[in-house]
Design a binder for this molecule. Sequence first.
Ligand SMILES: [Zn+2]
Length: 294
Amino acid sequence: MDKDAPQCELCSSNNVVLLKYYDYFLKDKLKNNIKRVINTLTFSNRYKIVKQHDVFKAVKIVKCSDCSFAATYPKVTLEDLDTYYSSHQVYAKRDKLDREIPGPRPMSNFNYLSEHIPLQRIDSVIEFGAAGAETSRLIASKNNLTQIAAVEPIDNWHKLYNQSKIKINPYYSVFDVKSRYSLLVASHSIEFVADLYANLKKMIEIIKPGGYLFFEVPNCNATWYKVKRRRVPATYFFSTGGIDSLAKKYNLKIVHVGTFGLNFDEDDDQIPIQEKYKINSKGRYLRFVFQTPS
Ligand SMILES: [Zn+2]
């Protein structure tokens, strides 16, 4: 067998398929115009037109037919990801840390965590890809913690952190973190890293024995591959099938795995908040909680 042929990075299966990162079928101008018309007529963003980027034109997605885990192939380098982010200014335009109403995602993450881990025993929290660190600040205020830590690569958020009532210790990279925490929160962030395994290894190192790691990522099921594949700049694509292998690889206990929200081909623009995160086996959000050995 060709030793350079891609295999599944999680379960080592050779039973993989290579997919285009971009769905060229949908990219041409005519199709984009049709999407624009549908968006206008339905007052929605359902058929969002995503601009392609050279960094991602060069890669494919290798998807495991056994566990469904997928990753970019070959790997997108950290330098290429930096190039991508620096040309997309949309990531750095907020001027207030807090919205008037806490976002539905942080609220829902908080409620999910209350249900699945002993949240009252959490004495220290770090949020990875934190942005406004809303979920961890909710936990901190509930548990009377005076500070949290936030790993956030975008400078603008660091400038906003001094608006927070709870002290936020900011880091640009998880590799700079020295302290240990009882909970790591990573909501829609690990699917964008250059090297999942180096990041996970470090995340586990900064969690106390018996502590927890919580992740929310898109649930990359069959419908996702039909309608959302061009979700630039994701580098890893998770679904329920790969979580077992991931836990095994790092000797972690699976506390919970579940999928939530509407299906990918449903429009959630007009949906009430409580519906956006309902339990749904075909839902668009995948959540999982790991526990480190005590
Ligand atoms: Zn696999």
